[in-house]
Design a protein around this ligand. Structure first.
Ligand SMILES: [Zn+2]
Ligand SMILES: [Zn+2]
Length: 333
């Protein structure tokens, strides 16, 4: 077993990734060691490398959509066995005893540890983390298609659960990219009527093939008013949010899953009169991630991915930085 882990790290803000070796912390009794096979690239990885949020420390090893094989486990790890294929998402550990942890909202734990903020992430050959934050991947799912679900996918799945989505609902998804396309697949499989709002007319065929019933250009005169139970926004641009609030039926929810630059411009009166909600969500607790994986396995749902080798990590990261992936990019060993 190698003593050092081989990774790709940015040495300073916005720097290209370089080969980087580090000595891992000793394998604790509750830890596992992963031999990484896949790592999805989320736009958050670009934000971290570029220190857009002011929380990055260098050297920075990105990667928080990690799939790998359990190569070793501490003596108190009982939920996983050596050679299990498991996934790791944005969170690698939480306190396990605060109110949010005990309520199953562990991703909201105020002391949660992120996989690649202050820790070395999944752009690497190996990783160590607490075994109770790794999730078994169902055997019928392609690990490359599962990787982006561990952050991007659970944003949608966890958001829909937080918004109390029901099978009879009418769901709108704004944007058909890395996040949005997973939302379409989940909402369709959950039994909902699904409408995609997209500024890319060339994505209409994809949207319908992924399960959308309708495809609407933003600002389109035919956009239905008082229609949707949930509209999930997956785009990082400023839209006229009041238009979307007006498309919600009474008690409907506008679910923000991506941040635009400006404060939301929404009048209070339509919220008051229609008892409507503007809410946000990101990732989910461990039960949500496990439930998503089970649901995805049952309905054969995976992200649509473009594959890069780990040695092309810079090329892949730039591809994501430039917004080029049609859906999602994944590094594959
Ligand atoms: Zn992410
Ligand atoms: Zn906690």
């Amino acid at each position: 077993m190698p003593t050092k882990f081989r990774a790709y790290a940015a040495r300073t803000s916005k720097a290209p990734l370089e080969a980087f070796e580090y000595e891992p912390a000793p394998l604790g009794d509750h830890d596992i060691e992963l031999a990484i096979t896949h790592c999805g690239i989320c736009h958050s990885d670009v934000h971290l490398v570029d220190n857009d949020w002011g929380i990055s420390s260098y050297p920075l090893v990105p990667g928080h959509e990690v799939v790998g094989r359990v190569a070793a486990r501490g003596k108190h790890v009982t939920n996983l066995a050596v050679d299990d294929i498991v996934g790791v998402g944005w969170t690698r550990s939480t306190c396990r005893h605060c109110a949010e942890c005990l309520r199953g909202n562990e991703s909201l734990c105020l002391t949660n540890q992120a996989t690649c903020v202050g820790n070395f992430g999944g752009f690497a050959d190996r990783m160590r983390l607490p075994g109770d934050w790794a999730f078994k991947i169902p055997a019928n799912l392609d690990p490359a298609s599962v990787a982006p679900m561990l952050c991007g996918g659970v944003a949608l799945y966890g958001g829909f659960r937080a918004a109390e989505l029901h099978p009879s609902m009418r769901v709108g998804v704004i944007g058909l990219g890395g996040l949005g396309h997973m939302g379409v697949k989940f909402a369709r499989a959950m039994g909902c009527e699904v409408t995609v709002f997209s500024q890319s007319p060339d994505k209409k065929a994809d949207a319908l093939a992924m399960g959308a019933h309708y495809f609407v250009a933003p600002g389109c005169a035919t956009a239905p008013l008082n229609h949707f139970d949930i509209i999930a926004s997956t785009v990082s641009v400023d839209l006229n949010w009041g238009d979307y609030v007006n498309m919600l039926r009474p008690t409907g929810k506008l679910l923000m899953l991506a941040a635009a630059g400006k404060p939301l411009n929404v009048s209070a009166m339509p919220l008051i009169i229609g008892r409507k909600t503007v809410m946000g969500s990101c990732t989910g607790g461990r039960w949500v991630i496990n439930e998503m994986l089970e649901f995805a396995a049952r309905h054969s749902i995976g992200a649509q991915v473009e594959r890069f080798s780990f040695t092309d990590a810079n090329k892949a990261l730039d591809w994501v930085r430039q917004g080029k992936p049609r859906y999602r990019a994944v590094l594959q060993a």
